[in-house]
Design a protein around this ligand. Structure first.
Ligand SMILES: [Zn+2]
Length: 483
């Protein structure tokens, strides 16, 4: 008989995860999952509150004898990144995610993200709220909205929304690692006027496509040598254009601001005299790229002839766009000298879209160090401005400076040693956590972030390591019992 999710341990946690998977929850459209949580609280007679931003907190009083313990906030975000493989058949606003067991891992059937980021954290909260055997002080479970897109839930929190001053963030991805700091981030968007003109006779058209890349998290995976589909595609067009001149009719790629783009495609026109040159340049480029990009064995580069479009960007607009994309920083900007092995500052060239007369280029930048975050964002916006683009910059979100002396960290570390015979690895993460904002909203909050092992979050390969979920839950239980 095939193994069911609830055969995994702890069964009740996996049962809640399955329920969560059935409820749509794209970032910014969390109404259904929040209604689900409110209904969950109501049916169990648990006190809850919702705020104007859409966040929900559910409270459970201390168990007998633990009333004097400090109040603890368990926190997870309720939205998920919605990515899927090429077909586009999955409607994230309606269709359930289908979790399946694959060896020691749980992933999504049908080529979608799984949403264990952060559905597993939510499931743990739900189990903590219902598990009768659990002994704990006053407990608050905070579910935030829109973490993945703009952290607008965390931004909108009111100071009195939670009472606890110790917070366990359940949104990190490596078992045995406890995070005590994170990077801040900012988005930089270019809006470029593209002037189009008719395509004269004697021009041929081609479609070029880059696909099959791994993608992944724009912060946590930025140092893994993965390819950026937009960069790879653009480099070919940029080379052709600098040599012979081409005109781009369309260029699109990437999707989410916080994902490394996996796919990109373009249609361009060129003088029929260059037919051979275009083909040979492409062949050499494709071969070199495949050879050099060791982290991307699945990369596909394709060039096809297509019907010549009536219009395309003129030469000047094409050159501006290709140079803008070529010059736009992407990847690791600086490694941390404070924390060995940690990326300090990075940039992600996330997506390109043609919208009417405008070309929209979306990027994001991250750093542990606030001034370096602004510096790399400034480098990106400078390239955009040189190209004559209109630049928009988000307010950004703050980083979370590590506090190695945290009392909560001591409890968490001691518990880990007791259960697993070794201390956890204490780290800072090169990704945004909501903790930076919690620190602003709830002054003096003592926080750590920990979670089971997740791989390839924000991509259709996302999966969670089932045995690590069981150990992580035991760790959480022990922390709540001893805090
Ligand atoms: Zn997350």
């Amino acid at each position: 008989m095939e193994k069911k999710l609830t055969d995994l341990a702890p069964g009740a946690l996996w049962g809640y995860f399955e329920e969560i998977c059935r409820v749509p929850r794209p970032s910014g459209r969390e109404e259904k999952i929040m209604a689900f949580l409110v209904d969950f609280a109501r049916r169990r007679g648990l006190e809850y509150r919702a705020d104007a931003a859409g966040n929900v907190v559910i409270r459970k009083p201390a168990t007998k004898g633990r009333e004097g313990a400090p109040a603890v906030v368990l926190q997870a975000h309720a939205d998920m990144v919605c990515e899927q493989d090429g077909t586009g058949a999955h409607d994230f606003d309606r269709d359930p995610i289908m979790p399946v067991i694959d060896g020691e891992w749980v992933k999504a059937a049908g080529g979608t993200t799984l949403g264990a980021d952060d559905g597993i954290g939510m499931a743990a909260c739900m189990l903590a709220l219902t598990d009768k055997s659990l002994r704990h002080g006053p407990l608050e479970c905070l579910f935030t909205v829109d973490e993945e897109r703009g952290m607008t839930g965390a931004f909108g929190l009111q100071e009195d929304f939670v009472q606890g001053r110790m917070l366990l963030n359940l949104d990190s991805e490596d078992e045995g690692e406890v995070f005590i700091g994170c990077a801040g981030g900012i988005d930089t968007t270019a809006r470029l006027q593209g002037k189009s003109a008719p395509v004269s006779p004697g021009f041929l058209a081609a479609r070029v496509e880059v696909s099959g890349l791994l993608g992944g998290h724009s912060g946590d995976d930025i140092n893994k040598g993965r390819g950026n589909a937009i960069k790879i595609l653009n480099r070919f067009l940029w080379m052709l254009n600098e040599a012979e001149g081409v005109r781009v009719a369309r260029l699109e790629g990437g999707d989410k601001r916080n994902a490394i783009p996996r796919e990109a495609r373009a249609v361009f026109v060129y003088d029929e005299r260059w037919k051979e040159r275009v083909a040979s340049t492409f062949n050499v480029y494709a071969a070199t790229t495949r050879e050099n990009l060791l982290a991307e064995p699945g990369i596909r580069l394709m060039l096809d002839t297509v019907e010549t479009p009536a219009r395309a960007l003129d030469e000047a607009s094409t050159t501006t766009l290709l140079r803008l994309l070529h010059g736009c920083p992407h990847g690791v900007f600086a490694m941390s000298l404070r924390v060995p092995g940690l990326v300090e500052t990075s940039a992600n060239l996330a997506s390109v879209r043609f919208e009417d007369e405008e070309i929209v280029v979306a990027t994001s930048q991250r750093s542990d160090v606030e001034s370096e975050k602004m510096n790399v964002a400034g480098a990106v916006s400078s390239v955009f401005r040189l190209a004559g683009a209109r630049v928009e910059q988000s307010d950004g979100y703050p980083g979370w400076a590590p506090n190695p002396g945290s009392a909560l960290l001591q409890v968490v570390a001691r518990s880990h040693e007791r259960l697993f015979g070794k201390p956890p690895v204490v780290r800072s993460i090169h990704a945004g956590l909501e903790c930076g904002l919690f620190l602003e909203k709830f002054p003096g909050m003592d926080m750590i972030s920990f979670g089971p092992t997740l791989r390839d979050a924000h991509s259709p390969r996302e999966r969670v390591h089932a045995p690590s979920v069981e150990r992580w839950w035991r760790h959480l239980v022990d922390i709540l019992e001893t805090i």
